[in-house]
Ligand binder design. Structure first.
Ligand code: B4P
Length: 187
Protein backbone atom coordinates (compact mmCIF):
# COMPACT_ATOMS: atom_id res chain seq x y z
CA UNK A 1 0.00 0.00 0.00
CA UNK A 2 1.14 3.54 -0.72
CA UNK A 3 -0.03 5.97 1.93
CA UNK A 4 0.48 9.74 2.14
CA UNK A 5 0.65 11.25 5.65
CA UNK A 6 -0.42 14.81 5.26
CA UNK A 7 -0.95 17.78 7.58
CA UNK A 8 0.51 21.04 8.86
CA UNK A 9 3.91 21.19 10.58
CA UNK A 10 3.63 19.58 14.01
CA UNK A 11 0.46 17.64 13.18
CA UNK A 12 2.18 14.34 13.93
CA UNK A 13 2.97 13.05 10.43
CA UNK A 14 6.43 11.79 11.30
CA UNK A 15 5.35 10.63 14.75
CA UNK A 16 2.46 8.56 13.41
CA UNK A 17 4.39 7.26 10.40
CA UNK A 18 6.97 5.84 12.82
CA UNK A 19 4.13 4.18 14.78
CA UNK A 20 2.89 2.50 11.60
CA UNK A 21 6.43 1.25 10.93
CA UNK A 22 6.67 -0.15 14.48
CA UNK A 23 3.16 -1.65 14.54
CA UNK A 24 2.87 -3.06 11.01
CA UNK A 25 6.42 -3.13 9.63
CA UNK A 26 5.57 -0.67 6.88
CA UNK A 27 8.26 1.52 5.33
CA UNK A 28 8.48 5.26 6.00
CA UNK A 29 9.82 7.68 3.41
CA UNK A 30 10.28 11.11 5.00
CA UNK A 31 11.69 13.87 2.82
CA UNK A 32 12.31 15.91 6.01
CA UNK A 33 14.46 13.08 7.43
CA UNK A 34 16.25 12.58 4.10
CA UNK A 35 17.07 16.30 3.88
CA UNK A 36 18.20 16.46 7.52
CA UNK A 37 20.44 13.41 6.91
CA UNK A 38 22.06 15.26 4.00
CA UNK A 39 22.67 18.27 6.23
CA UNK A 40 24.14 16.09 8.99
CA UNK A 41 26.44 14.38 6.46
CA UNK A 42 27.57 17.75 5.07
CA UNK A 43 26.79 16.78 1.47
CA UNK A 44 26.46 19.30 -1.36
CA UNK A 45 22.67 18.90 -1.14
CA UNK A 46 22.78 19.42 2.63
CA UNK A 47 24.75 22.64 2.26
CA UNK A 48 22.28 23.83 -0.36
CA UNK A 49 19.12 23.19 1.69
CA UNK A 50 20.21 24.03 5.25
CA UNK A 51 19.44 27.76 5.15
CA UNK A 52 16.13 27.16 3.38
CA UNK A 53 14.97 24.63 5.98
CA UNK A 54 16.22 26.66 8.95
CA UNK A 55 14.09 29.60 7.74
CA UNK A 56 11.04 27.33 7.47
CA UNK A 57 10.82 27.58 3.70
CA UNK A 58 10.12 24.68 1.39
CA UNK A 59 13.00 23.14 -0.52
CA UNK A 60 12.45 23.41 -4.29
CA UNK A 61 10.19 20.89 -6.00
CA UNK A 62 13.05 19.77 -8.31
CA UNK A 63 15.26 18.81 -5.38
CA UNK A 64 12.68 16.80 -3.40
CA UNK A 65 11.18 15.15 -6.49
CA UNK A 66 14.70 14.03 -7.48
CA UNK A 67 15.22 12.55 -4.00
CA UNK A 68 12.03 10.51 -4.27
CA UNK A 69 12.69 9.53 -7.90
CA UNK A 70 16.10 8.19 -6.88
CA UNK A 71 14.66 6.27 -3.91
CA UNK A 72 11.61 4.65 -5.55
CA UNK A 73 13.43 1.98 -7.62
CA UNK A 74 15.10 0.54 -4.49
CA UNK A 75 13.90 -2.97 -3.69
CA UNK A 76 12.48 -2.26 -0.23
CA UNK A 77 9.87 0.12 -1.69
CA UNK A 78 8.34 -2.55 -3.93
CA UNK A 79 5.52 -3.31 -1.47
CA UNK A 80 4.64 0.34 -0.96
CA UNK A 81 5.59 3.09 1.47
CA UNK A 82 4.30 5.74 3.84
CA UNK A 83 5.09 9.07 2.22
CA UNK A 84 5.68 11.40 5.18
CA UNK A 85 5.92 15.11 4.38
CA UNK A 86 5.88 14.48 0.63
CA UNK A 87 4.14 15.72 -1.48
CA UNK A 88 3.98 19.26 -0.11
CA UNK A 89 2.92 21.05 -3.32
CA UNK A 90 0.56 20.17 -6.16
CA UNK A 91 3.58 19.93 -8.50
CA UNK A 92 5.10 17.30 -6.17
CA UNK A 93 1.79 15.40 -6.04
CA UNK A 94 1.55 15.35 -9.84
CA UNK A 95 5.17 14.17 -10.11
CA UNK A 96 4.54 11.42 -7.53
CA UNK A 97 1.43 10.25 -9.38
CA UNK A 98 3.47 10.02 -12.61
CA UNK A 99 6.41 8.27 -10.97
CA UNK A 100 4.17 5.68 -9.32
CA UNK A 101 2.12 5.20 -12.48
CA UNK A 102 5.29 4.48 -14.45
CA UNK A 103 6.00 1.72 -11.91
CA UNK A 104 2.47 0.30 -12.26
CA UNK A 105 1.29 1.50 -8.87
CA UNK A 106 -0.45 4.47 -7.26
CA UNK A 107 -1.27 6.32 -4.04
CA UNK A 108 -4.00 4.34 -2.30
CA UNK A 109 -4.89 6.58 0.66
CA UNK A 110 -4.10 10.06 1.91
CA UNK A 111 -4.56 10.66 5.65
CA UNK A 112 -4.85 14.29 6.71
CA UNK A 113 -4.10 14.88 10.38
CA UNK A 114 -6.30 17.72 11.62
CA UNK A 115 -4.88 19.69 14.56
CA UNK A 116 -5.76 23.21 15.68
CA UNK A 117 -3.16 25.95 15.46
CA UNK A 118 -2.65 26.54 19.21
CA UNK A 119 -1.81 22.86 19.62
CA UNK A 120 0.65 22.97 16.68
CA UNK A 121 2.49 25.89 18.31
CA UNK A 122 2.53 24.11 21.71
CA UNK A 123 4.05 20.97 20.13
CA UNK A 124 6.68 22.99 18.28
CA UNK A 125 7.67 24.78 21.52
CA UNK A 126 7.95 21.46 23.35
CA UNK A 127 10.12 19.94 20.60
CA UNK A 128 12.26 23.11 20.50
CA UNK A 129 12.97 22.66 24.22
CA UNK A 130 13.64 18.91 23.89
CA UNK A 131 15.45 18.55 20.55
CA UNK A 132 16.56 22.04 19.51
CA UNK A 133 15.71 21.51 15.82
CA UNK A 134 16.88 24.56 13.85
CA UNK A 135 13.46 25.17 12.26
CA UNK A 136 11.55 24.98 15.56
CA UNK A 137 11.88 28.69 16.33
CA UNK A 138 8.84 30.96 16.58
CA UNK A 139 9.85 32.81 13.39
CA UNK A 140 10.57 29.70 11.32
CA UNK A 141 7.41 27.98 12.54
CA UNK A 142 5.33 30.99 11.41
CA UNK A 143 6.90 30.68 7.96
CA UNK A 144 6.26 26.90 7.92
CA UNK A 145 2.58 27.46 8.74
CA UNK A 146 2.26 30.18 6.07
CA UNK A 147 3.91 27.90 3.53
CA UNK A 148 1.59 25.08 4.51
CA UNK A 149 -1.50 27.24 4.00
CA UNK A 150 -0.29 28.71 0.69
CA UNK A 151 1.49 25.76 -0.94
CA UNK A 152 0.46 22.52 0.77
CA UNK A 153 -3.24 23.04 1.61
CA UNK A 154 -4.12 23.01 -2.15
CA UNK A 155 -3.41 19.27 -1.94
CA UNK A 156 -6.71 18.90 -0.07
CA UNK A 157 -8.88 19.52 -3.16
CA UNK A 158 -6.31 17.66 -5.30
CA UNK A 159 -6.68 14.42 -3.31
CA UNK A 160 -10.39 14.99 -2.61
CA UNK A 161 -10.84 15.09 -6.37
CA UNK A 162 -9.17 11.69 -6.58
CA UNK A 163 -11.45 10.37 -3.79
CA UNK A 164 -8.42 9.40 -1.69
CA UNK A 165 -8.49 11.87 1.21
CA UNK A 166 -9.54 10.87 4.74
CA UNK A 167 -9.43 13.28 7.67
CA UNK A 168 -8.20 11.98 11.00
CA UNK A 169 -8.51 13.95 14.25
CA UNK A 170 -4.88 14.54 15.27
CA UNK A 171 -5.70 16.10 18.67
CA UNK A 172 -5.12 14.21 21.90
CA UNK A 173 -2.60 11.62 23.04
CA UNK A 174 -0.32 9.92 20.49
CA UNK A 175 -1.91 6.52 21.28
CA UNK A 176 -5.41 7.89 20.66
CA UNK A 177 -4.33 9.33 17.31
CA UNK A 178 -2.62 6.04 16.41
CA UNK A 179 -5.88 4.16 17.17
CA UNK A 180 -7.87 6.54 14.93
CA UNK A 181 -5.35 6.05 12.11
CA UNK A 182 -5.52 2.27 12.47
CA UNK A 183 -9.32 2.47 12.28
CA UNK A 184 -9.17 4.74 9.21
CA UNK A 185 -6.87 2.20 7.54
CA UNK A 186 -9.10 -0.73 8.54
CA UNK A 187 -6.34 -2.30 10.69
P1 B4P B 1 9.35 17.75 8.18
O1 B4P B 1 10.48 16.94 8.69
O2 B4P B 1 8.32 17.03 7.40
O3 B4P B 1 8.76 18.52 9.47
P2 B4P B 1 7.32 18.75 10.11
O4 B4P B 1 6.34 19.29 9.13
O5 B4P B 1 7.57 19.55 11.35
O6 B4P B 1 6.81 17.36 10.50
P3 B4P B 1 7.37 16.32 11.53
O7 B4P B 1 7.04 15.02 10.91
O8 B4P B 1 8.80 16.56 11.89
O9 B4P B 1 6.62 16.60 12.88
P4 B4P B 1 5.42 15.85 13.49
O10 B4P B 1 4.26 16.48 12.78
O11 B4P B 1 5.52 14.37 13.50
O12 B4P B 1 9.89 18.94 7.28
C1 B4P B 1 10.90 19.83 7.74
C2 B4P B 1 11.33 20.76 6.62
O13 B4P B 1 11.94 20.00 5.54
C3 B4P B 1 10.24 21.57 5.91
O14 B4P B 1 9.88 22.75 6.61
C4 B4P B 1 10.93 21.87 4.55
O15 B4P B 1 11.85 22.92 4.66
C5 B4P B 1 11.68 20.58 4.27
N1 B4P B 1 10.89 19.63 3.47
C6 B4P B 1 10.52 18.37 3.86
N2 B4P B 1 9.79 17.77 2.91
C7 B4P B 1 9.68 18.67 1.88
C8 B4P B 1 8.99 18.65 0.64
N3 B4P B 1 8.28 17.58 0.26
N4 B4P B 1 9.07 19.76 -0.15
C9 B4P B 1 9.77 20.82 0.22
N5 B4P B 1 10.43 20.92 1.40
C10 B4P B 1 10.39 19.85 2.23
O16 B4P B 1 5.51 16.19 15.07
C11 B4P B 1 5.83 17.43 15.60
C12 B4P B 1 6.00 17.34 17.13
O17 B4P B 1 4.75 17.10 17.75
C13 B4P B 1 6.94 16.25 17.64
O18 B4P B 1 7.76 16.80 18.63
C14 B4P B 1 6.02 15.21 18.27
O19 B4P B 1 6.62 14.59 19.39
C15 B4P B 1 4.83 16.04 18.69
N6 B4P B 1 3.58 15.30 18.62
C16 B4P B 1 3.12 14.55 17.59
N7 B4P B 1 1.93 14.02 17.87
C17 B4P B 1 1.59 14.47 19.10
C18 B4P B 1 0.45 14.29 19.95
N8 B4P B 1 -0.60 13.55 19.58
N9 B4P B 1 0.44 14.90 21.14
C19 B4P B 1 1.48 15.66 21.55
N10 B4P B 1 2.59 15.87 20.80
C20 B4P B 1 2.64 15.28 19.59
Amino acid sequence: MNLVMFGPPGAGKGTQAKRLVADYGWLQLSTGDMLRASIAAGTELGLKVKGIMDRGDLVSDDVVIALIEERLPEADIAGGAIFDGFPRTVAQAEALDELLQSRGTQIDTVLRLVVDQDELVARMEKRAAEEGRADDTVEAFKVRLENYNAQTAPLIPYYEGQGKLSDVDGMGEMDEVAARIAAALGQ
